[in-house]
Design a protein around this ligand. Structure first.
Ligand code: MN
Length: 269
């Protein structure tokens, strides 16, 4: 990984800090994940009169041009068949694009098969005396009509836990309780009485299926909807998840819109 800046590095961009970070982390994560072995990932910033351009380049297998239109679709996953067992984190390209556009920016892609990929995130450049921009109209669009729900998220991957905290920060009326251990999930659920449980299937101690069994055994917890969160979301995995008694599943990398709609659907009373 190589990151470099021009000598004019002390520049400002007009953006929502959290969203910009999520977008760039997403693109850099993909660039690393889909790179060739020992390939280089470059991250650098280019300035022009009115714009700041963040460049993310990899030396991976690239994306054939006929996919350039669909790669930003919500259900498109890069090289899914080859990388299925890579546990993803992050917001997904469709959400990255949406977030960037909400900030009056754009994401472009140049890539050829076997030549690597080059993403550019372009955002308006700020003067130091620029007025802060209120993204409230866009935030309002994402505000959720929850009447205070408590979510228990059982997940061992720190990046996913942090991502979930970020997502929940942007929602009204959602409290989050988290643990990294399946063994602790039942006791925590008994103490906290969550309205819904998000359960990573692959945990360091006992797996998500075992956690589900233990939760369902507790009479006070047996009605709480439980969503499996997993990178393994092929049809046969989905069948297994359904059969085990999960109410739903959310594939990793987590798409924010999918998460929100599932939380809304399953906590509606
Ligand atoms: Mn895990």
């Amino acid at each position: 990984m190589e990151a470099y800046f021009t000598d004019k590095a002390n520049e400002w961009v007009i953006a929502d800090q959290t969203r910009l970070k999520q977008v760039l982390i997403n693109l850099v994560t993909n660039a690393i994940k889909y790179n060739k072995p020992n390939g280089l990932v470059k991250f650098y910033v280019e300035l022009d009169e009115a714009k700041v351009k963040f460049h993310i380049e990899d030396e991976g297998i690239g994306i054939p041009s006929e996919h350039h239109g669909s790669i930003f679709n919500p259900f498109y996953r890069l090289n899914m068949e080859n990388n299925f067992f890579v546990e993803g984190t992050g917001i997904g390209l469709s959400v990255a694009k949406e977030m960037t556009e909400l900030m009056n920016g754009k994401i472009t892609l140049t890539s050829e098969l076997n030549e690597g990929s080059h993403f550019v995130v372009t955002l308006p450049r700020a003067e130091l005396n620029s007025e802060p921009i209120d993204y409230a109209p866009n935030n309002a669009k994402r505000k959720i009509a929850f009447n205070t729900i408590k979510v228990l998220y059982v997940e061992d991957n720190i990046a996913n836990l942090k991502l979930m905290q970020r997502i929940v920060e942007n929602m009204d009326g959602v409290t989050l309780v988290q643990t990294q251990f399946g063994e602790r999930a039942v006791a925590l659920a008994l103490n906290e009485s969550p309205d819904i449980i998000l359960l990573d299937l692959n945990l360091p101690d006992i797996d998500g299926f075992e956690v589900l069994k233990r939760i369902k055994k507790e009479k006070e917890l047996s009605e709480i909807p439980i969503i499996a969160v997993t990178a393994h979301a092929m049809p046969e995995d989905q069948a297994k998840i359904k059969l085990a008694g999960f109410d739903s599943f959310i594939p990793k990398p987590i798409e924010i819109e999918r998460l929100i709609s599932e939380l809304e659907r399953l906590t509606r009373k």
